[in-house]
Write a protein that binds this ligand. Structure first.
Ligand code: FAD
Length: 309
């Protein structure tokens, strides 16, 4: 998986039919195609066969114009209806199912986002097929590499534009209502895509102790991560958890501070390009996968490191 670091994973549904063709669900926001969707388009292109894209929502027409120009896209299907704004799975799923009914694609793809993760399992159940998640590479139409993170380069613009066509939405009664979106504004980079991640573990001992981690991260322009023990102890928000039950990251540089290196934590960061660990126990398991190991007290080493940087 090391070869695929840096970009994103996709989820896919595979419907076994002889003639390959793909349908990609296009995520977009503020009149812009979501970056992870560009990676997904490349994944669809790699599968082989024609690629259709489904764009839904009140901006669908405008986005369709952008999608049609992307390399890998052969056709754009537009569902121009405000009911599809905000990508509620309850309304997008029947739409995708109805489009699939018309075009009968062998693969349906969405990016590995919260939206994709809400839609594809529902769709898989509806179509009675298996969902394949966390794809980082495609061997052939039924063989996928799928452990951690990263995968396909983003789709680039081509010279011509593929045709776009309208689709009529099926009769949909929305059973859920979009209330609002609360975005936590962070000055730091997003943990999932940051080039550098600085993570703190149980050893920071307190919310104040965790500030040492944040200070170093800020100096490096890095995202902040944490072990589950640090999250469970309430030293930081659980959105920062890295690992099997948290976020999976593969940055250029991962700095693990006061983290022992439990297998569940490693599952979320072991594919980082360079791993630096600071731990007072020379036998800490994290050192086994570290490129640089510093044995010592984090309360001494980290502030000094931050100051010197
Ligand atoms: P510890 O294991 O307690 O390690 C603390 C480390 O800090 C030790 O190595 C110690 O030597 C070092 N230390 C102590 N004081 C200092 C000091 N002053 N200076 C320097 N070093 C010091 N964990 C995750 O992280 N992410 C997950 O997603 C996750 N999912 C899980 C899912 C399941 C189903 C289960 C069962 C567990 C999961 N865990 C997860 C928990 C995991 O097993 C470990 O318990 C956890 O990762 C330990 O966190 P830690 O390394 O911060 O704490």
């Amino acid at each position: 998986s090391r070869a695929f670091k840096g970009s994103r994973t996709v989820g896919s549904i595979f419907i076994n039919r002889a003639q390959l063709s793909s349908l990609v669900f296009i995520e977009h926001k503020n009149k812009k195609i979501d970056n992870a969707t560009l990676n997904t388009i490349t994944a669809a292109k790699n599968l082989g066969g024609p690629v259709s894209a489904l764009v839904a929502g009140s901006d669908a027409q405008e986005i369709a114009g952008q999608v049609a120009k992307l390399d890998g896209i052969d056709k754009v299907i537009v569902a121009n209806n405000p009911i599809f704004d905000n990508n509620l799975a309850e309304v997008i799923t029947p739409l995708l199912a109805s489009v699939h009914e018309n075009i009968k694609s062998t693969h349906i793809l969405a990016s590995h986002s919260n939206i994709g993760k809400r839609i594809l399992p529902r769709l898989a159940a509806k179509l009675d097929v298996q969902q394949i998640s966390d794809i980082i590479s495609i061997e052939n139409e039924s063989t996928f590499v799928r452990p951690v993170y990263a995968a396909f380069p983003p789709a680039i613009e081509k010279d011509s534009a593929s045709p776009t066509e309208e689709t009529t939405a099926p009769e949909i009664t929305a059973k859920s209502v979009w209330v609002k979106e609360e975005v936590i504004k962070a000055d730091r980079p997003d943990l999932s895509s940051a080039k550098i991640v600085v993570s703190g573990g149980r050893a920071v001992k307190s919310v104040e102790g965790f500030k040492i981690i944040q200070d170093l991260a800020d100096k490096l322009g890095a995202a902040v991560g944490a072990s589950r023990a640090a999250v469970d102890a309430g030293y930081c928000d659980n959105s920062l958890q890295v690992g099997q039950t948290g976020k999976i990251v593969a940055p250029q540089l991962y700095i693990a501070i006061g983290i022992s290196g439990a297998i569940q934590h490693l599952a979320g960061m072991k594919d980082s390009k360079v791993i630096v660990s600071i731990n007072k126990d020379p036998d800490a398991p994290i050192f086994q996968i570290s490129d640089y190991s510093m044995v010592g007290d984090l309360f001494k080493i980290v502030p000094e490191l931050t100051e010197k940087i």
